[in-house]
Design a protein around this ligand. Structure first.
Ligand SMILES: *Cc1c(COP(=O)(O)O)cnc(C)c1O
Length: 241
């Protein structure tokens, strides 16, 4: 299967998953997780109809952006973000999915203010409570929102999660369902400034259909579009996932 075939297939699967639970397929955005795929491969996916690209590592994003890899698509950042790399993203990417601390939000706010823009972000939730993963604990979210509400150069557009690696697509259903509940609770709780819940980013190649059935409206698919990543060939890239 070519990249182009895969893009069409994933879109079909998304459509079927949406219709199966009575949702409008047009409400679900496919973000191609482009990490470790070079500019030519990314362009191939865009030419086949991929409208959103999500990059994982800042250095790789800057490099490929310089090569025009993402032309014609929306560019998101989905990977782990360190404060000292924020300056490379603000104003360059449309949406940062992976804001995992108030300090990181403050840094993004500062950079966005300096550019005179408002940067859209999602708050990452460590829904599986995994030691090795970043993200807010569900019970920390409301306090974080209270603090972030004072930061007028960022806008919180929703939530994102990377549940535990699963071997069976149903395994993470309860996490997706908990995410949906958090999302709805915050949406109802209209007291925060700069918070307009609209995006629930969850589901990857192994489980995006289940995520859609639990309310995801943005799914991030890498392997399903580009095939398996060759971690062996990319020495030093072992943390790219
Ligand atoms: C790599 C990646 C994905 C996609 O993973 P696949 O299993 O290849 O679909 C999604 N989200 C994030 C944050 C990623 O880093």
């Amino acid at each position: 299967m070519s990249i182009a075939d895969n893009v069409l297939q994933v879109k079909k699967n998304i459509e079927a998953a949406a219709l199966a639970c009575g949702r409008n397929p047009g409400d679900i955005i496919l973000v191609g997780a482009t990490k470790m795929n070079d500019a030519a491969r990314v362009r191939e996916a865009i030419a086949a109809g991929l409208e959103y690209c999500g990059e994982n590592r800042v250095q790789e994003l800057v490099e490929k952006n310089g090569q025009g890899a993402y032309e014609g698509s929306h560019l998101h950042f989905i990977g782990h973000l360190q404060k000292n790399k924020v300056k490379f993203l603000v104003g360059t990417v449309e949406l940062i999915h992976s804001v995992h601390s108030v300090e990181l939000a403050a840094e993004i706010n500062k950079r966005a203010a300096a550019l005179g823009i408002v940067q859209d972000i999602l708050l990452e939730v460590n829904i599986g409570g995994e030691e090795a993963k970043s993200g807010f604990a569900p019970e920390e979210l409301k306090n974080a929102l209270k603090e972030i509400a004072h930061m007028s150069s960022i806008r919180v557009c929703g939530l994102m999660a990377i549940p535990p690696v699963c071997s069976n697509s149903e395994e993470n259903r309860h996490y997706f369902s908990q995410m949906r509940q958090l999302y709805i609770d915050i949406e109802k709780d209209k007291k925060y400034n700069n918070v307009i819940m609209g995006i629930l980013s969850m589901g990857m190649s192994a489980d995006y259909e289940v995520a859609i059935s639990e309310g995801a409206n943005m799914v991030r698919v890498g392997t399903g579009i580009f095939g398996a990543r060759d971690y062996g060939a990319a020495a030093g890239n072992a943390d790219a996932r």
